[in-house]
Design a binder for this molecule. Structure first.
Ligand code: UDP
Length: 379
């Protein structure tokens, strides 16, 4: 039985809409907190960049899709800024510029605990909070190649998705007792029993009699999604295509204006990704950690067609190591893998099994229980 404390604890989540993964992780944890503790807990999400960072940093969520359009540049930025020393220099250089905004944020959103799901939030929020502060927990939402900015020794707890991320934390001098491996949080809807695929496809109005390929480029529809979709469509394979362009409205319009040889459905940003994953047969995606974790939970074989250099390098090796998919950075390689999986169902079945084995469906619930315990709730 849950014994509610005298006052309902309030948890503040710091996230930003740079991509879709940070928001998805925060929402998955909040969903689990509600399932675990019901009304005994209250939560709030703040986009700290858009709503609080001073110009020009508040434009970061809006210009993020343009920044990552040249992945090589993003990769250079990632590598140059990654390291304990670099992180310290960045934080202390920017602090005078963001101090007022950071202090305003914590003043305007009093809470019993803060949870950061974004690498850029940690050090500034901790500095703004000062010494007498509520617990501060970081949930690392990158899988493997985690940037040094995730790891601030002042945080009370760092929850990481993989053992490799834990090793990283230790390399960046985090005290081992503060780091716990919990998995990547995903919505319960991804790991819930899939139900009847035929029924799902009927509800979604998807083709029943074809291998359905789901194409996703993260929350922003990034990478050569159009070229990859076209190569699959023109390959002669008898497939159905479901293309999700996320917030990339230009790409959505472009794809919708095109004639397709195969049955093709094009969606902008959808809230139904968990259903899509259960209804599809193969996922073709950018190597985003959120999408990969969701696909593992939905036992959906993964073809990775693009990645953010640096930040998402480790995700590619992770997927290959666990046997949940392949790295296919050219449209022709995507088609070749698809052809193999269609012609050799036993090979695809093995990949499906590997996805199941690598999934951590309990991650969001585990995190919710850890957070609950920090504010005096237990079940
Ligand atoms: N997503 C979604 N609807 C869309 C496109 C993406 O809900 O139309 C979600 C997707 O399910 C995942 C997240 O956005 O949870 C993308 O996170 P990921 O880490 O894969 O990539 P990012 O967008 O952060 O680069």
């Amino acid at each position: 039985m849950t014994i509610p404390p005298a006052k309902t604890p309030h948890i503040l989540f710091l996230f930003s809409n740079t991509g879709g993964g940070h928001r998805a992780s925060a929402e998955a944890i909040i969903e689990s907190l509600k399932l675990e503790f019901g009304d005994s807990i209250s939560t709030e999400m703040v986009d700290f960049l858009k709503d609080y960072a001073p110009p020009p940093y508040n434009h970061l969520p809006a210009i993020y899709p343009d920044l990552v359009r040249v992945p090589e540049l993003w990769g250079v930025g990632f590598h140059v800024s990654n390291g304990r020393r670099q992180a310290r220099i960045m934080t202390s250089t920017l602090w005078p510029l963001v101090r007022r905004a950071a202090r305003r944020l914590v003043r305007e959103h009093p809470s019993d605990m803060l949870v950061s799901v974004h690498a850029l939030a940690n050090s500034f929020a901790l500095k703004a909070l000062g010494k007498n502060r509520p617990p501060f927990i970081t949930v690392v939402t990158d899988m493997v190649s985690t940037h040094a900015l995730w790891y601030d020794r002042q945080a009370d707890l760092i929850l990481v998705p993989t053992e490799i991320a834990r090793q990283r934390a230790l390399e960046y001098a985090m005290p081992p007792e503060k780091v716990r491996v919990v998995g990547q949080p995903v919505s319960e809807r991804c790991s819930a029993p899939p139900g009847d695929k035929r029924l799902l496809r009927q509800q979604l109005n998807w083709p029943q009699d074809k291998v359905v390929v789901l194409l996703v480029g993260g929350g922003e529809g990034m990478g050569p999604l159009a070229e990859t979709a076209r190569a699959i469509d023109e390959s002669g394979l008898d497939v159905g295509l479901v293309i999700v362009t996320g917030r990339n409205v230009r790409l959505e319009a472009e794809l919708k204006s095109r004639a397709w040889e195969n049955p093709t459905l094009i969606y902008g940003f959808t809230q139904d990704m968990p259903f899509f994953m259960h209804a599809a047969d193969v996922l073709v995606t950018k190597a985003g950690p959120g999408t990969i974790a969701e696909a593992l939970n939905a036992a959906l074989p993964i073809i990775l067609y693009a990645k953010l250099p640096g930040q998402e390098d480790g995700n590619v090796s992770f997927v290959e190591q666990v046997g949940a998919g392949v790295w296919a950075p050219e449209p022709l390689l995507v088609v070749r893998t698809l052809t193999r999986w269609i012609c050799r169902p036993a090979e695809r079945a093995k990949v499906i099994e590997n996805c199941r084995r690598a999934a951590r469906p309990e991650a969001a619930r585990t995190i919710a229980r850890i957070l609950g315990a920090q504010v005096g709730l237990s079940k």
